[in-house]
Structure formats: C-alpha cells, structure tokens
Design a protein around this ligand. Structure first.
Ligand code: AP5
Ligand code: ZN
Length: 215
C-alpha cells in the first residue's frame, strides 16, 4: 500500500498514521518528524529547518524533496509506505510523481483528512508529546493516565515549539495557500479519499480502513 496523508496542521495525520502503518505494516515517513529529529541532533539540516518551523512556515522545497527521494529508495519501502506531511506544495507533488515514475510505481490513495479551523487550533494547542518515545497525547481528547507522563514508558510530556496559538494560525494559513491546492491535484488523478476529521480518533481510523480495505 502506497499512501499519502494530507490535511491541515493538527487534524490528526500523525495520530492516524501510527495506526495505519501498524495495520498495513508499512514504514511511516513524516517529514516533520525527520526535521524534528535533525533539530534534536543539531545537524545543519535541523538548524536550517528550525528557522522556518518556528515561524510556522514551510521549509524550502529543495531541502525537503531530496530527503524523501532518498528515503523512498530504502529497502523497507518496497512493500509500500505512508507519506505524512509530504508533499505540501505542487512543486513537491510533481517531484514525487517524477521519482515514483522513475521507480516504476504508483500511489494507491491520498487520504485527505479535514476539520474546521477552531478544531485544528484546539487539537494542536492541547497536544503533548513524550520526550522518550514520541507518542502523542491530547490534554482533553486523548489524555495520558497520569498527568504529563507517557502511558508506555513514563516519559515526560512536552509541547512542540510550533504549537502555540499564533504559530498554529500561521501554519493553517500556509496550509490553505500552499498545500490545499493538492486536493484538486490528486482529485484529478482519481485517487483522493476524503475523510471527516472531526470524528473521534477511532471512528476516523475505521473510516480509513473501510475505504482502503482490510489487507
Ligand atoms: P508536521 O510535523 O508535518 O506538522 P503539521 O502538518 O503541522 O501537522 P501536525 O503534526 O501539527 O498535526 P497532525 O495532523 O499530525 O495532528 P496529530 O495527529 O498530532 O510539520 C511541522 C513543520 O515542519 C511545518 O510547519 C513545516 O515547517 C515543516 N515541514 C514538514 N513537512 C514539510 C514539507 N513537506 N515541506 C515543507 N515544510 C515541511 O493530532 C493533533 C492533536 O489532536 C493530538 O494531540 C491528538 O491526540 C489530537 N487528535 C488527533 N485526532 C483527533 C481526533 N479525531 N479527535 C480528537 N483529538 C484528536
Ligand atoms: Zn513515551
């Protein structure tokens, strides 16, 4: 299964991605996660990406595309993959198409999750992430059993630097201007699957699995 998860910031892409990759046994390729781990390790890429991410802006295409191209040629992508947060511009989508054509493969579906701005802001601001394992929680919608501690490994939970209201609002604007046009791009290719992201986490997942099939 070769999938893209499309949708505005905070809609639940990462949450659904974790469940989808487990179900279909495919690697989860999140460009946001790749940048955050580079920031943590203090790499040159991380330093450059942080300048844009902290402002809620997109990292320039030339920094993103080559990372994904390299990742897709790794052995674990042979049986499929889930791209989460990539592509985010028409330019990125065209570069991906070229790469896939070169590899002789095609996308199966683009899962487009959507919700209203108020919901996105509430979800992003309330998100908390485990310092140890990266699991994602929400203070209201998906709280850990013990406040501020991860259920899996007791790791401390933290808030992402770009999850403050002002930056979330910028990220939503950037999404509307630069990423939303991709919905039509993939609609024309006949592979878009629209999913109502306002439903609870389990229901959103059920809808996706029903549409993608059980295997
Ligand atoms: P990225 O990491 O991709 O962030 P994003 O797209 O803004 O998405 P989020 O991670 O904020 O949200 P999500 O949809 O994954 O929601 P989640 O499941 O966590 O990108 C960050 C930055 O990196 C960008 O701003 C940009 O600078 C850069 N970048 C990355 N890729 C790039 C690219 N290709 N090109 C250029 N720049 C790039 O859920 C959010 C919260 O809601 C959680 O707390 C969760 O528990 C809760 N929740 C989830 N689903 C539900 C539900 N159904 N009901 C109730 N609560 C829910
Ligand atoms: Zn944890």
């Amino acid at each position: 299964m070769r999938l893209i998860l499309l949708g505005p910031p905070g809609v639940g892409k990462g949450t659904q991605a974790s469940a989808i990759v487990k179900k279909y046994n495919i690697p989860h390729i999140s460009t946001g996660d790749i940048f955050r781990s580079n920031i943590k390790e203090g790499t040159e890429l991380g330093k450059k990406a942080k300048e844009y991410m902290d402002k809620g802006l997109l990292v320039p295409d030339e920094l993103v595309v080559s990372i994904v191209q390299d990742r897709l040629t790794k052995e674990d992508c042979v049986q499929g993959f889930l791209l989460d947060g990539f592509p985010r511009t028409i330019n990125q989508a065209e570069a991906l198409d070229k790469e896939l054509t070169k590899m002789g493969i095609k996308l199966d579906k683009v899962v487009n999750i959507d919700a209203d701005k108020e919901i996105l802001i509430e979800r992003a601001i309330g998100r908390r992430i485990c310092k140890t394992c990266g699991s994602s929680y929400h203070i209201k919608f998906n709280p850990p059993k013990v406040e501020n501690l991860c259920d899996i490994d007791n790791g401390e939970l933290f808030q992402r630097d770009d999850d403050i209201e002002e930056t979330v609002a910028t990220r939503i604007e950037v999404y509307l201007n630069q990423t939303q046009p991709l919905i039509d791009y993939y609609k024309e290719k006949g592979i878009i699957l629209n999913v109502d992201g306002t439903r609870p986490i389990d229901e959103v997942f059920e809808t996706i699995v029903k549409a993608l099939g059980d295997k």
